[in-house]
Design a protein around this ligand. Structure first.
Ligand code: MN
Length: 227
């Protein structure tokens, strides 16, 4: 058998509440999924959701000190509910999608907002704005076997102890099962696939030294500092 020409990178993985590691294969993200945030981004709250991706290598554990990334002067937080899939899902109905969800976590979809605006203006892909190192901060995954499938829970984000985002996951335009069903029309989803489900209103910039604390009540938390 041929040998690797350099050691393969470690498998990105997330901590699971109660023990164990969830190996991450892919990271999908939903664009607009809260009406108030869609409006603050200059959109229409009735637009269907759209998807983009981050590399699995962008995964960063909660509690990390993440570097202010190069190429931006407007680095933003986006607090989100994250779905962790545990079973195959392809062209499935929303009624069947819940069974594919292994667990839930809190995540930060870190964004170079200035680049996102410029790329959107030029109708270019969002990779430089969304898919960079340390851009997917993830808290512990709470298995659905332990917490069930929450459909209603306060979601908040504080910067240096001051609340900047406050909503309820029940306010999502597309629910967790609807998101899985919609994405499954385009992919053979399966274990190891994470889905960031979109952020509520109140996104904003961070500077070096800031501390981010996100919570979804009864579900989990995520934190990061900017260095
Ligand atoms: Mn987002």
């Amino acid at each position: 058998m041929a040998e690797y020409v350099f050691p393969p990178p470690p498998v990105p993985a997330a901590a699971v509440r109660g023990g164990g590691l969830y190996p991450v294969r892919r990271i999908f993200c939903v664009g607009r999924n809260y009406a108030e945030h869609a409006r603050e981004m200059g959109g229409d709250d009735r637009e269907p959701p759209f998807f983009f991706t981050k590399p699995a290598a962008a995964l960063t554990p909660s509690g990390a000190a993440i570097a202010y990334p190069p190429g931006t002067e407007n680095f933003h937080y986006e607090m989100e509910l994250v779905l962790a899939l545990g079973a195959s899902a392809h062209k499935i109905a929303a009624e069947d999608a819940q069974a594919a969800i292994y667990g839930y976590a809190c995540g930060l979809d870190m964004t170079r907002r200035d680049l996102q605006a410029a790329l959107r203006e030029k109708k270019q892909p969002w990779d430089l704005a969304k898919a960079f190192e340390e851009s997917a901060v993830l808290g512990e995954i709470a298995p659905a076997s332990a917490i069930g499938h929450p459909r209603r829970a306060a979601i908040t984000l504080a910067v240096n102890g001051k609340t900047r985002q406050r909503a309820d996951i029940a306010d999502m335009i597309w629910s967790a099962p609807e998101i899985v069903a919609a994405l499954s029309l385009y992919y053979h989803l399966g274990p190891g696939d994470l889905i960031f489900t979109g952020t509520p209103a109140g996104v904003g910039p961070v500077v070096r030294g800031d501390r981010l604390d996100g919570v979804i009540e009864g579900l989990g938390a995520v934190a990061a500092t900017i260095r």
